[in-house]
Design a protein around this ligand. Sequence first.
Ligand SMILES: [Cu+2]
Length: 145
Amino acid sequence: MLSKRHSLLCAALISITSIAQADVTVTSPWVRATVEGMEVSGGFLQVKSDQDARLIGAECACADHVELHEMSMKGGVMRMRQLPSLALPAGKQVELEPGEFHLMLMGLKRPLKDGESVDMVLLVKQGKKLLRVPYKAEARSPARH
Ligand SMILES: [Cu+2]
């Protein structure tokens, strides 16, 4: 009885996970590699949602927290500001790249080594539903860009 309930629960969990992954697609994710002593890093990727949604942030075990940022030029000065969320119009590829929208990993707990694969989770809201989309970001050193 217990094992039957357990397998039903597993089937339910698997179907929820596959729906979530079909809804939101993450492409070419990477984070900036860091060296000892650096406390922040940037995260970049392309994201597409099947339905209208909002990107509300991300998580990484490597950082205290992850913020959503926008870079802009104001009076010749590069500014960075935190955004509460970013619109993901249905079917449209939205780019987070250096100099524009990006994820900011705050309070790094360890250096992100060049070439390493970093486990991240993207947080996307579709209506009242919160999707947690796991992905792996490659750490790349600025020298390689
Ligand atoms: Cu930033």
